[in-house]
Design a protein around this ligand. Sequence first.
Ligand SMILES: NC(=O)c1ccc[n+]([C@@H]2O[C@H](COP(=O)([O-])OP(=O)(O)OC[C@H]3O[C@@H](n4cnc5c(N)ncnc54)[C@H](O)[C@@H]3O)[C@@H](O)[C@H]2O)c1
Length: 318
Amino acid sequence: MSNILVTGAAGFIGSHLCERLVSRGDRVIGLDNFDDFYSPQIKMENLKGLLSDQMFTLVRGDVRDKASLVNILSNHGIENVVHLAARAGVRPSIINPDLYVDVNVRGLVSLLEAMKDVGIKKLAYASSSSVYGNSNVVPFSEDQRVDFPISPYAATKKAGELLCYNYHHLYGLDVSCLRFFTVHGPRQRPEMAIHKFVRQVMNGEKVVLYGDGSTSRDYTYIDDIINGTVAALDALGGFKVFNLGNSHPYKLIDLLSVIEDACGKKANIEFSGQQAGDVETTYAEVSKAKAQLDYRPAVTLPEGVKRFVEWYKRVRNG
Ligand SMILES: NC(=O)c1ccc[n+]([C@@H]2O[C@H](COP(=O)([O-])OP(=O)(O)OC[C@H]3O[C@@H](n4cnc5c(N)ncnc54)[C@H](O)[C@@H]3O)[C@@H](O)[C@H]2O)c1
């Protein structure tokens, strides 16, 4: 059992991670500022199963507030940190790059400084497949160059990896950077493709696909991501980078067929121009995570989408 700080605890991935950690006996401090990227009410719902658990403490606060972080880290005897708090989403980062840099880069530095000052040395950092940009060397492996981000969001995640390395080098922090590949499952953020498309198909609304439907993503189920994240947390030592993906990309147009099957309804598809910042493909090579973390993604896209639709219907119908 250890005392773990999870930033971004009320979000999609954070709430699942906190549940897993608490269920195996860790004491979890969940920090979140309930930002307005999507409804704070949804984030409170995400925490429903945790708030009455004695092993979970919610702290409302901002990762950019170093003084508060120092208090949290020292008052709760924190041993490990998982840093998930961020502004996510590629397209909005093009509209508001300042905010993305402020939260994702300055927020991380504030956390690293607080950890250094308090003497906490173990950090798992949520990076992203977006650091691979439009690389056409597939599958993407961790030793590939990632110097060509095509959105401010991707650039902030790459900057985050560099800062993590720097604090490892200067102060001996053990850091693993986890490159998540398009995560899906219950509680997925409402603006993400699967959640948005299921909502539109279920409501009989138009589904706008950007590009010709040939872009592809390595959709990875939340339980697999949590398995990989917990394994990485338990194995922290030195500086490491891991892909956590499914290694089985689907084309956007094929994702729509999977969603139609799961919803039992046809989609009313309209094609639109490709969006700036959207990469062509993501495809994870996961042999490093397999070898070092025993990471074995197990949930297929059709199975994950089926589970999402079941959750969606349950939540929507109260
Ligand atoms: N979901 C994915 O497919 C995916 C893929 C790659 C990387 N990631 C990364 O994983 C992490 C979690 O993603 P998610 O999908 O759960 O997103 P999310 O938006 O659901 O969760 C992020 C949480 O962080 C909180 N937050 C934002 N700014 C904060 C701040 N300044 N201080 C404290 N809390 C703050 C938000 O309120 C939110 O609850 C993010 O770092 C994201 O960039 C996610």
